[in-house]
Design a protein around this ligand. Structure first.
Ligand SMILES: CC(C)(COP(=O)(O)OP(=O)(O)OC[C@H]1O[C@@H](n2cnc3c(N)ncnc32)[C@H](O)[C@@H]1OP(=O)(O)O)[C@@H](O)C(=O)NCCC(=O)NCCS
Length: 178
């Protein structure tokens, strides 16, 4: 089940996000990245982002109540909605959780009147992730560009890592996400 994160779950969700982006072999960042959420596992940084840089944090909950994934959604800006921090730690990977999170985020954005989802996907050494999004209906827009995000890329690697803008036209669905 994918639902809105409760503030009381912010520490557990932060742990999920930080872990997913540190481990596994599908992520570009090993030599180049900083920890997501500045490595803050307390939940304070994540809660502080809600209503500012993201509108909603969704979590995936397993049948036994364990939180197994998370995704941030931005839908209050003008223009397309955005996805961020799509996170499924490797111990629960390849079970379809990531795809269900993306689908729920699209449905939430559509409920808020959005017709298009857009995001910047780090693409250096990360072709598999671009293909993963393409399998979910996303298209590459234009060419790759250098990342200047110090919340993601180490200062010394800023400008060397590339990202690929991607987008998808989304439509309201009758399936509720929460
Ligand atoms: C990307 C991520 C969210 C995928 O989550 P997931 O729950 O494992 O993905 P799903 O189970 O929904 O999709 C599985 C498909 O993704 C691909 N995939 C995922 N992990 C893979 C791996 N380690 N090796 C090969 N393919 C992989 C495969 O195509 C797989 O399909 P298959 O099992 O039928 O072969 C997860 O790996 C993750 O959190 N990665 C680190 C953080 C990150 O890069 N986030 C995205 C930032 S934009």
């Amino acid at each position: 089940m994918v639902r809105v994160m409760d503030d009381s779950e912010s520490a557990a969700t932060s742990e999920l996000v930080i872990t997913a982006f540190l481990e596994g072999d599908s992520w570009y960042k090993k030599p180049d990245c900083v920890e997501r959420l500045n490595g803050d596992r307390s939940g304070n940084t994540l809660v502080g982002m809600i209503g500012k840089t993201i509108d909603c944090m969704l979590v995936a909950e397993a049948e036994d109540g364990e939180l197994v994934g998370a995704i941030g959604v931005v839908y209050s800006d003008d223009g397309p909605a955005h996805l961020t921090m799509v996170s499924v730690p490797a111990r629960n990977g390849r079970k379809g959780i990531g795809k269900s999170l993306v689908k729920a985020a699209e449905e939430l954005a559509a409920k808020h009147g959005k017709r298009e989802m857009q995001m910047s996907v780090v693409s250096s050494r990360n072709e598999r992730l671009l293909v993963w999004y393409e399998q979910q209906g996303y298209s590459r827009i234009g060419s790759e560009k250098p990342c200047y995000w110090t919340q993601v890329i180490q200062e010394c690697h800023v400008g060397q890592v590339l990202y690929q803008p991607m987008h998808k036209v989304i439509f309201p669905s009758q399936d509720a996400c929460h």
